[in-house]
Ligand binder design. Structure first.
Ligand SMILES: NC(=O)c1ccc[n+]([C@@H]2O[C@H](COP(=O)([O-])OP(=O)(O)OC[C@H]3O[C@@H](n4cnc5c(N)ncnc54)[C@H](OP(=O)(O)O)[C@@H]3O)[C@@H](O)[C@H]2O)c1
Length: 263
């Protein structure tokens, strides 16, 4: 798909990966709608021509407004990027069930409702593909991470939704792309609903992937009609867990035990 002149709606675009994607896609000539709750931060992303929707992806009125105002302003919708997401670092025995519901409300149900609202508009386009849905998954949806089990579960669910949806929409010529970033330098860890990652990981953040690298990979993935984009490329190793689950799970369990004991 050529990005120039495409109408693209990005959720969670006030910072981090979403804002980087907005800048990259604007640079390539896309017409953008950016959605997030923090209007002040949103105002600083991209130039004057973008449509900004201050709204919450877990709120039905806000979701409808984002899609309807996009179509009213630009006349159509070509790409939906379900990027907004949040983390939750709590051991399963003590995790607050309301926090888990909040997590799934954004990471899965918010994305699902955005897809349902966007689909009638994507269907009206001509071309091949008619439109694309991008879901922001995570390596944590390929590799189970025991220090944020519920987050892993939410991304695993999003990944299952993404894969089945791609097959469901195949004959309608609507593409579905899964983004799987690894550890990325953003405010994600600080913005988690509760808890924090293991100290070892926290200290390794300086080696994490830059948000601009994720944005570049997403733009290239769209241009090449990719089904799945893993960034950094080393993240493909996570796929090996299907073969080498025993040693990989043992390493993850060891890391998590040290985290639990504050080491
Ligand atoms: N950072 C990582 O290591 C990493 C790795 C793999 C995958 N991911 C995924 O990448 C996506 C973006 O994460 P990030 O690293 O950019 O995190 P981030 O820096 O915390 O940014 C999250 C973005 O989502 C928005 N947001 C949060 N809750 C929202 C809601 N209810 N409604 C609308 N917008 C909401 C935030 O803006 P407001 O607060 O203004 O609403 C912000 O713009 C997430 O889906 C995350 O799971 C991140």
């Amino acid at each position: 798909m050529q990005i120039r002149d495409k109408v693209i709606l990005i959720t969670g675009a006030s910072g981090g990966i979403g804002a980087a994607c907005a800048r990259e896609l604007e640079r390539r000539g896309a017409r953008l709608t950016l959605m997030a709750r923090n209007g002040e931060a949103l105002a600083k992303v991209c130039g004057p021509d973008v449509l900004r929707i201050q709204g919450d992806v877990t709120n039905e009125d806000d979701r409808r407004r984002a899609v309807e105002e996009t179509v009213a302003r630009f006349g159509r919708l070509d790409v939906l990027i379900n990027n907004a997401g949040v983390g939750l670092y709590r051991p399963t025995p003590e995790v607050d069930i309301d926090a888990v519901r909040q997590l799934f409300e954004l990471n899965l149900f918010g994305a699902l409702r955005m897809v349902q609202l966007a689909l009638p508009h994507l269907r009206q386009n001509t071309g091949d593909p008619r439109g694309v849905i991008v879901n922001m998954g995570s390596i944590a949806g390929m590799l189970p991470l025991p220090w944020f089990t519920m987050y892993s579960a939410s991304k695993w669910a999003l990944m299952g939704f993404n894969e089945a949806l791609r097959i469901e929409l195949k004959h309608e010529r609507i593409g579905v792309m899964l983004m799987c970033p690894g550890y990325v330098k953003s405010g994600f860890q600080d913005n988690a609903l509760s808890g924090r990652p293991p100290d070892r990981l926290w200290r390794m953040k300086r080696f994490a992937t830059d948000v601009d690298a994720v944005a570049l990979a997403l733009a290239r993935g769209l241009e090449r009609n990719r089904k799945r984009v893993i960034v950094p490329r080393l993240g493909w190793l996570a796929a090996w867990r299907n073969v080498f689950s025993w040693p990989i799970d043992a390493i993850l369990a060891h890391l998590n035990e040290r985290h639990r004991h504050g080491e």
